[in-house]
Design a protein around this ligand. Sequence first.
Ligand code: 5GP
Length: 293
Amino acid sequence: MANFPPKLSREALAAAGEKAIASRRERALVKKMLADGSLNIFEAINDARDSIQRMRVRDLLDAAPGIGERRAFTIMEKAGISHSRRIAGLGAHQLRKLRDEMILNKVPINEGTLIVMSGPGGVGKSTITSHLRNHPSVLVSVSVTTREPRENEIDGRDYHFITEEKFDQMIARNEFLEWAEFAGARYGTLRKSVEDGRSIGKHVLLEIEIAGARQIRKAEPEALLVFISPPSWEDLVERLTSRGTDSPERRAARLALAEEEMACASEFDEVLVNHRVEDVAATLLSLASSRSK
Ligand code: 5GP
């Protein structure tokens, strides 16, 4: 038997209608802002709102000043983007191509901000990172490490797991923006991933320890260095000790390290207290956006 669409109640229909009107309004505003130059194409592409993500790339290009219909057509063709492609469906390769075409056509593009997030173990950095992972304006950098993968970790998603020998070769080839040793293993940030992400307007997020953050401060003085702090020392002790699987010695070592890490907070541009992950993630995004040039 055929599946009929469910009958919507009068209230549900009214709500759907209102949502559609709000979406249309948001899209119209984006087009207007593109036209008057207060928004550029990559800022629109990085806007997480559903209504914007559903816009066709073609409509964005048509709305932007100085491109024109014919050039928009050529740009899309050269970047391999089909006429009906929506923003949400753009792949990293297409975004890079689109960027190259924009540069050739002298259309301004903002570089994303490099965000460095550090803080003591157990403060919730990885939950904040997971929260930002699917945001269109953020690219979470995948580090290289010589440590063994843990259970549930996937090569290429959590880290690129490599040998000590390969790590040495990568240092020699200057492939790291920074690298450091931590708890007997080495960890490094890939220079190329950071550059590629920022060049297509993404804010690139590094979740790294403090020695690495200091190197970034030197190498990229305009980076945004954010320290995540627990609501209180007692709160952190509770989080670190409630894991339960550590020996008393290991627990003492983790607490001592956390104390050392907490003492470095003042070296960072911003200290965010992790009361609520959603709030920290939102603040990080707004700080990053106000910095991108
Ligand atoms: P874990 O082994 O628990 O994943 O990470 C240990 C520490 O290394 C954490 O503080 C983490 O933030 C840091 N880390 C992860 N990737 C990098 C990196 O690329 N560079 C530096 N300097 N630290 C990293």
